[in-house]
Design a protein around this ligand. Structure first.
Ligand code: TXA
Ligand code: MG
Length: 322
């Protein structure tokens, strides 16, 4: 990955406008929340979201949490039923993320939810995060601001130690006072599931709801995000690394040498562009395969470096027998 200069922004009005301008231009700004620093990008910009995965070196497209300033903005992107609304009113702003049905036509990049039909949302409490999100106005996708597999960052210097040269800027807002990632809860029709313990104690949520949260390890309950992500697969069969498809196949290209491909993940062979296109293109290929009565989607080789590792991981899961 090419190195870029990482600016440190101060938490004043000039710093905030600079962060917002970088987000609007599709850049990456790490910012403090009360839990940990987040690595933020405009959640509606697929290429910007692809850059998050690239900067973190994530080997797979785990879905991301969107961060918004207020409940009205959250409702532009996710559906709230009464239970969700009650949780939001009780605990937002604060260290709670809610997994809710994604609104149709939310405008979010499918890379944010890794192609799922649910969306994780939170309103952080940190005053600087609040000011940044209000100034931006929309949804910022932000995983923890650390390289994949490394511990989360709770200060700007932690962020710089591991991500300097890979992100446009970090806003220095001192130390995170919770220091632990948000608690993730998925409200359901009968109760709510705890998907990740975190900064908001489960007991506080249970006391408010007057019921026990179901836990991940409960066999009757859904499922880790990783497993959820594998539910998304096209209905056609997938064949990988195909350079010469036969006429029973519909071909998805990558790069300039795929003449005859129905669609191309990136004509220029750009992995960022391919990642940003991935989920929308897979949906469209599935639709085209049905329309043309072909039951195999053949996919051209995608180099297994940088973002290509996560793209290939997703393609392998889509190709797995089911
Ligand atoms: O405190 C936090 O939550 C921090 C700050 C920056 O907000 N963010 C954070 O993000 O910890 P990250 O990417 O490190 O963890 C997000 C978690 C992942 O475990 C992911 O699988 C889960 O949220 N997640 C996101 N969307 C989901 C969905 N639709 N369904 C289930 N889990 C989801
Ligand atoms: Mg993390």
């Amino acid at each position: 990955m090419e190195q870029i200069k990482t600016e440190t922004l101060l938490s004043d009005a000039a710093g905030i406008s600079c962060a917002v301008a970088i987000w609007q231009a599709g850049g990456l700004v790490a910012f403090p929340t009360e839990t940990v620093y987040g690595l933020g990008a405009d959640a509606t910009n697929g290429t910007a979201v692809a850059r998050i995965y690239e900067a973190k070196g994530r080997p797979a497209f785990n879905p991301l949490i969107i961060h918004v300033a207020d409940i009205a903005t959250a409702k532009q992107f996710a559906e709230f039923d009464t239970l969700a609304e009650n949780l939001a009113l009780a605990f937002w702003p604060g260290p709670l993320s809610l997994v809710l049905p994604l609104k149709t036509n939310s405008g979010l990049s499918p890379l944010v939810t890794a192609g799922l039909s649910t969306l994780a949302v939170r309103i952080p409490q940190n005053p600087l995060a609040q000011r940044l999100l209000s100034a931006f106005g929309g949804a910022i996708a932000a995983p923890s601001a650390n390289p994949s597999g490394k511990i989360s960052a709770t200060s700007a210097s932690h962020v710089l130690a591991s991500l300097s040269g890979r992100i446009d800027a970090v806003m220095d807002g001192g130390t995170c006072n919770v220091g632990l990632e948000s608690t993730i809860v998925a409200p359901g029709t009968s109760g709510a599931a705890l998907l990740r313990p975190g900064g908001l104690p489960a007991e506080a949520i249970e006391a408010m709801l007057g019921l026990k949260l179901t836990r991940q390890d409960d066999p009757d309950q859904p499922t880790s995000p990783g497993q959820l992500a594998s539910h998304y697969a096209p209905s056609a069969q997938i064949a990988l690394n195909v350079t010469a498809p036969d006429n029973t196949m519909i071909w998805l290209g990558f790069g300039p040498d795929c003449t005859g491909a129905a669609l191309n993940l990136s004509q220029a062979g750009d992995l960022r562009e391919a990642a940003a296109n991935l989920f929308a293109v897979l949906h469209e290929m599935d639709r085209l395969a049905q329309e043309k009565n072909l039951n195999v989607i053949a996919i051209a080789p995608v180099p297994n470096t940088g973002l290509g590792v996560a793209i290939n991981d997703r393609l392998k899961r889509a190709a797995a027998p089911r």
